[in-house]
Design a protein around this ligand. Structure first.
Ligand SMILES: *Cc1c(COP(=O)(O)O)cnc(C)c1O
Length: 224
């Protein structure tokens, strides 16, 4: 008889195992899927254990909060990647380009210009994903589906390195159709990265082609 598998003893091991299982079901190489630990609202003391367990890729949704927490953590541990997953105001573009390695929330032409200016000034190219308002929700951030081709065109013209698409589906409904739509849009546009899936639905996202999953509460516990 087979030995029972050792149960994962940390949330990080559990989430990693669940990603691998979903990838295997979908016939995908788990190495194609990168886990972004979303650390918003959590202080450095809560982040340090994850770094000690080997996690290197983290996400924040606010520039100012990230500026307060991350420079010290990054200085202590080489190889940390920091991604911005929240709405970005144009007047924070300069700070965002200086601190983050990837921006998942490119959603409008004015931000294309602000990011291009900041990258030119700093001589630093930061990968961007276009956030798509995949559910067509009035109150939600992200570029309307119909406006994505024009935004991608503007980004290419401005020489922004756009590598993929990102979405946050509507709350409380089955997310799979939205993930499938985002993956198809990325395919159609020849973009390799799809940032989709959070604590409640990352396995579904993996099965539908996510290359980045953004997981907060399943790793850190509930936010206040
Ligand atoms: C907070 C946040 C997440 C993580 O959410 P959890 O449900 O805690 O996993 C993912 N993506 C974005 C854009 C977020 O703001």
């Amino acid at each position: 008889m087979d030995q029972p598998a050792t149960p994962p003893d940390t949330p990080l091991a559990d989430v990693t195992a669940r990603i691998a299982r979903a990838a295997a079901i979908a016939g995908r190489d788990p190495a194609e899927i990168r886990l972004i630990a979303i650390a918003k609202t959590h202080p450095a003391e809560r982040i340090a254990p994850l770094i000690a367990q080997g996690q290197r890729l983290f996400g924040e949704n606010r520039v100012q909060e990230a500026q307060a927490k991350w420079p010290a953590l990054i200085a202590e541990t080489p190889g940390i990647g920091l991604h911005l997953v929240g709405q970005l105001q144009s007047n924070k573009a300069e700070d965002a380009v200086a601190l983050f390695d990837c921006i998942h929330s490119l959603d409008r032409p004015s931000l294309v210009s602000a990011l291009a200016r900041a990258m030119d000034r700093q001589g630093r190219r930061v990968d961007c994903l276009v956030q798509v308002n995949i559910g067509g929700e009035a109150q939600k951030g992200g570029c309307a589906i119909a406006d994505v081709p024009a935004l991608l065109g503007a980004a290419r013209e401005a020489d922004l390195p756009v590598v993929g698409l990102m979405c946050v589906p509507p709350v409380g409904v089955e997310p799979a159709p939205y993930f499938a739509l985002l993956a198809r849009m990325a395919d159609d546009d020849g973009l390799p990265e799809r940032s989709m899936g959070m604590s409640g639905d990352f396995e579904t996202a993996v099965m539908l082609g996510a290359t980045y999953v953004r997981v907060g509460s399943a790793l850190f516990g509930a936010r206040d």
